[in-house]
Write a protein that binds this ligand. Structure first.
Ligand SMILES: C[S@@+](CC[C@H](N)C(=O)[O-])C[C@H]1O[C@@H](n2cnc3c(N)ncnc32)[C@H](O)[C@@H]1O
Length: 354
């Protein structure tokens, strides 16, 4: 099959430091004396010659490259994705103790690091709750529990790293807005011990399931439109992973105002958007990419995932450039940072301050 680079090449610049690769951690579980990590990783040039895994402490490990014909078929905008798979074993003693470990996967060509993917993971108990398939599908388009968990752990670590960079290493009260069945929320406890954690979502079935399965976290049913039933200035950290990616411009503005109301002065909101990086890497929808390039924002796509759950016409596939978003969102919040592809190595991660 022929793979072609996306013709529009919308992403303007890599993030500071080593560029984020595009990829997914799909599996992070112990086997015997090792933690086994599997996934895939590429950049705009395609797969890397080699992938090295660097734990925070200790030696680096070489990953084994795995052929992935499924990826080659799914991602047609990047060259040779069928060679982007990796598998690596990290000795369990490197990750023991119940805490999260952070590993950096570096992709090399010609002996040089070209891009990286940071992953965070911890050893989960065998009885760690996983949502029923239909709820899992609603938030991550997968029924596979290991895929949901690996992604949730990585994302929670993406949030924690950003919070720590912006003066919030130990928030007292955290709201996970648009938490779904707690794919990410369920890992925030381990990353922010001592914090009071609240999850909310307009999808009351997911919130109900999460409330029954994660007793240490409070879950509250939300609404498509603000306000939420919380006092002003009641959270010092708000996370919102892939929620603005589903809202019209009008709803984005309304919810930015609500997040601002809920934050304490000096509080931080960590939210993600679908931008040029994701469009260049994955989208085969050329007309959407053209609208994005022309206007900087596109909320015209209907997303059927929440048909029957969200109000009709509410749930969108929303794309926005960094320039458009910075300009618009600065009217409601202080934009402290945007890390291109800083959320799941795919969406752009925003750090907003009140
Ligand atoms: C792609 S899913 C991400 C879920 C979760 N953050 C995660 O990363 O697993 C988007 C979620 O946002 C929720 N959502 C969308 N608009 C919302 C709103 N206005 N208020 C609360 N939740 C909302 C959806 O119901 C859905 O659970």
């Amino acid at each position: 099959m022929t793979n072609t680079a996306h013709p529009l090449n919308l992403a303007k610049q890599g993030p500071q430091g080593t560029q984020n690769a595009h990829g997914t951690l799909e599996y992070a579980r112990p086997h015997g004396s090792n933690l086994v990590l599997r996934g895939w990783m590429v950049d705009a040039e395609g797969p890397f010659e080699s992938i090295v895994v660097q734990p925070t402490l200790g030696p680096a490990y070489n990953a084994v490259r795995i052929e992935r014909p499924d990826l080659g078929q799914a991602i047609t905008t990047l060259p040779l994705c069928e060679y982007a798979g990796f598998h690596v074993d990290v000795p369990l003693e490197q990750v023991a103790g119940g805490a999260f470990v952070e590993l950096v996967l570096q992709g090399l060509r010609g002996g040089e690091v070209r891009a990286q993917m940071r992953v965070g993971c911890r050893l989960l108990p065998d009885d760690f709750p996983t949502p029923p398939a239909h709820l899992s599908m609603r938030v991550s388009h997968t029924e596979l529990d290991y895929l949901l968990q690996a992604g949730g752990m990585k994302t929670a670590c993406d949030f924690q790293r950003a919070a720590a960079r912006h003066g919030m290493p130990a928030p007292k009260r955290i709201l996970d807005w648009g938490c779904g069945p707690a794919r990410v929320t369920s890992h925030l406890q381990a990353l922010f011990p001592g914090a009071e954690i609240v999850g909310t979502d307009l999808d009351h079935e997911t919130v109900g399931w999460a409330a029954m399965n994660y007793p240490g976290i409070e879950f509250v049913g939300g609404n498509p439109e603000p306000p939420l039933p919380f006092d002003s200035s009641s959270f010092d950290l708000i996370t919102g992973g892939s929620v603005f990616t589903h809202l019209t411009a009008e709803m984005q503005e309304a919810w930015l105002g609500e997040l601002r109301r809920l934050l304490v002065p000096g509080g931080r909101a960590l939210v993600s958007t679908l931008g040029s990086f994701a469009a260049d890497m994955r989208s085969t929808d050329v007309s959407m990419c053209e609208r994005l390039a022309a206007a900087g924002f596109d909320d015209q796509m209907h997303d059927a995932t929440l048909d029957g759950v969200a109000p009709e016409g509410y749930y969108r596939g929303t794309w926005q450039t960094i320039d458009w978003t910075r300009g618009k969102w600065s009217e409601s919040m202080t934009v402290l940072e945007v890390e291109e592809a800083g959320y799941e190595n795919y969406q752009d991660l925003w750090v907003l301050g009140r």
